[in-house]
Write a protein that binds this ligand. Structure first.
Ligand SMILES: Cc1cc2nc3c(=O)[nH]c(=O)nc-3n(C[C@H](O)[C@H](O)[C@H](O)COP(=O)(O)O)c2cc1C
Length: 306
């Protein structure tokens, strides 16, 4: 019998599927529902330093091959997010990854410290959204120096294993991955949304999203995400959560063969349903049976030329 038990930075997962940040991740009740439906771990929506309205609707629009979103990192006051996280940790039996962001390097450290007091299993720093910017007005994930500084700040201040979530919208993702690893990151999530992109309603001649531009997710971004994971795997030793366009077991296996230890699923939860996690796991097991694999380790990074 083959095994799909996984581990991520010392945390044991019953299977390699993880709910990605921002999808049904606001309340303890919805995270519990996702965990019960079969996810190996769940990630909260990114917790911010202060209440934030986000962008006015519409914030999501369907496009060929996925969706564009410009939610704008809406979140309740920090105390409210922390109290919901506390409830989540009580309700959810699988590992919980607390995603968070800050607007400055110091604020990343401040929020990390507050979140870690609640003791989630892992922390995920969202340095790849356009609202968490360095002094140049760019996301911290955009260059190796900013990514390294923010990783260092968080690692200096918390003990819980830290995942750094990277952006695909960069010239050289491998150099950024290497910089967060050297600053002490325990794992990497790759990737956040691609773009930004834009949709115009030709009847009204206006952009559809209130923010005009939004990040692209879903099956159309999978080849970009697979390439990012492949390049990251070549330069780091720490585990990788492969995220972007995963819809079924074959997609998950492809991401693992690129180098992902485990996979994150976002848009497919919205576009399909929450059984996606157990379906993906069953399809992985079936593939392993058919092809004679007994451990996930045999799949991870298998596409790299030796
Ligand atoms: C509606 C929506 C909200 C999101 N919110 C967050 C967020 O709060 N923090 C974060 O790190 N990523 C966020 N993401 C990005 C996803 O976690 C994921 O990285 C991305 O959607 C690619 O995976 P997918 O193609 O499986 O959706 C969001 C994505 C969507 C579609």
């Amino acid at each position: 019998m083959n095994s799909i038990v996984s581990s991520l930075a010392g945390v044991r997962l019953m299977n390699p599927t993880i709910l990605s940040s921002g999808i049904l991740g606001v309340s303890a009740a919805s995270l519990q529902r996702i965990a019960k439906s079969g996810a190996g771990a769940v990630t909260t929506k990114s917790i911010g330093p202060a209440k934030r309205e986000g962008h006015p609707t519409p914030v999501v629009v369907g496009v060929t091959g996925g969706i564009l979103n410009a939610v704008g990192l809406s979140c309740p006051p920090l105390e409210e997010s922390l109290s919901e996280l506390k409830k989540t940790l009580k309700a959810v039996k699988s590992p919980v990854i607390a995603s968070f962001y800050g607007r400055t390097i110091e604020e990343f450290g401040d929020v990390a410290e507050r979140v870690s007091e609640i003791k989630p299993d892992l922390l995920e720093a969202n340095i790849s959204c356009p609202n968490a910017e360095n002094e140049l007005g760019k996301p911290f994930a955009i260059d190796p120096e900013s990514a390294e500084k923010v990783t260092q700040e968080i690692k200096d201040r918390v003990r819980i294993p830290l995942i750094m979530k990277l952006s695909p919208n960069v010239a050289d993702i491998a150099s950024i991955a290497a910089s967060v690893e050297s600053a002490g990151a325990d794992a990497i999530s790759a990737v956040n949304t691609v773009g930004p992109g834009m949709v115009i309603n030709i009847e009204t001649a206006k952009p559809v999203l209130s923010n005009r531009f939004g990040g692209m997710s879903g099956p159309a971004i999978k080849p970009i995400a697979v390439r990012c994971v492949y390049q990251i795997y070549e330069v780091v030793e720490i585990p990788i959560i492969g995220i972007g366009g995963i819809q079924n077991g074959r997609d998950a296996i492809e991401m693992m063969m690129a180098g992902a230890n485990v996979v994150g699923i976002g848009t497919a939860v919205i576009e399909k349903d929450i059984n996606i996690f157990s379906n993906v796991c069953n399809e992985i097991i079936q593939f392993m049976d058919e092809w004679g694999y007994t451990q996930l380790d045999e799949l991870i990074g298998k596409s790299h030329l030796k």
